[in-house]
Design a protein around this ligand. Structure first.
Ligand code: SAM
Length: 228
């Protein structure tokens, strides 16, 4: 019997119309959906009238659900992995799953689509020839500073994910560790209130200082000497 495949399906990062046709068609065609959060995926399934069973897949339950996933693929079932938003595995669950399925000889197919880091980079005006994606920085301030210094000194645009509650703190850490760099804040990409702010880090600290920021943010740091 032919083995099933795992499809990695990118989903919208805000605007539901950004789902690709191939993403929707593939989601409709699989036997089981592995979702980061089944309630979030329910919204997408409802919009596109898709009625496929789901199970929860997160890094934390990988060991428990992997045998079931493996058995399903052995039995010829096709599976889809979908996260709450954007491209699975990019600061989202899925890496361990893809790694372990490849080790076992299964086929993994990526259905590309939205990714907040790439969208933000494309509209930032920052150099796109070389970029370094760090995702979310760790919690402890020593580790954060070490990473900002290590990667901020590369000849490359730096891309970070950050919660709205820590944007001011992150900007101050960038200033402390890298000096007066040019920064871009991409907020609520693809949504009604999408906003892109660009400027020297001290200017942006002034803009966000003490403000109750809302929505999701991608933070880009320009390489030394870059400005628009
Ligand atoms: N897998 C997703 C991707 O492909 O971009 C990222 C998931 S990660 C858990 C969520 C983070 O991505 C948010 O905290 C924010 O930094 C960034 N993000 C996601 N959607 C965004 C949006 N519409 N606007 C700005 N940033 C966004």
């Amino acid at each position: 019997m032919e083995k099933g495949k795992l499809y990695i399906i990118a989903s919208p990062i805000g605007n539901l119309s950004d789902f690709t046709l191939r993403g929707i068609e593939t989601l409709k065609s699989v036997d089981l959906i592995l979702s980061e959060d089944t309630r979030e995926t329910d919204k997408v399934l409802k919009k596109y009238e898709i009625n496929i069973p789901q199970i929860s897949y997160r890094d934390q339950n990988h060991e428990v659900v992997f045998p079931k996933i493996e058995a399903s693929l052995e039995n010829g079932l096709d599976l889809a992995l979908i996260s709450d938003s954007g491209t699975p595995l990019i600061s989202d669950p899925g890496y361990k799953l893809v790694r372990d399925l490849i080790k076992k000889g299964f086929e993994v197919v990526s259905i590309p689509g939205p990714c907040a880091a790439i969208s933000a980079l494309a509209s930032s005006g920052f150099p796109t020839d070389k970029f370094t994606f760090l995702g979310f920085l760790p919690k402890t301030s020593g580790d954060r500073s070490r990473l900002i210094k290590k990667y901020g000194d590369l000849d490359s645009t730096l891309i970070l994910y950050e919660s709205p509650f820590r944007i001011e703190k992150l900007l101050k850490e960038i200033q402390e560790n890298l000096g007066e760099r040019y920064v871009c804040l991409a907020n609520e990409i693809t949504k009604v209130h999408e906003k892109i702010l660009r400027g020297n880090v001290s200017l942006l600290i002034g803009l966000v200082k003490g403000k109750h920021l809302k929505g999701e943010f991608v933070v880009l740091v320009g390489k030394e000497g870059f400005s628009i």
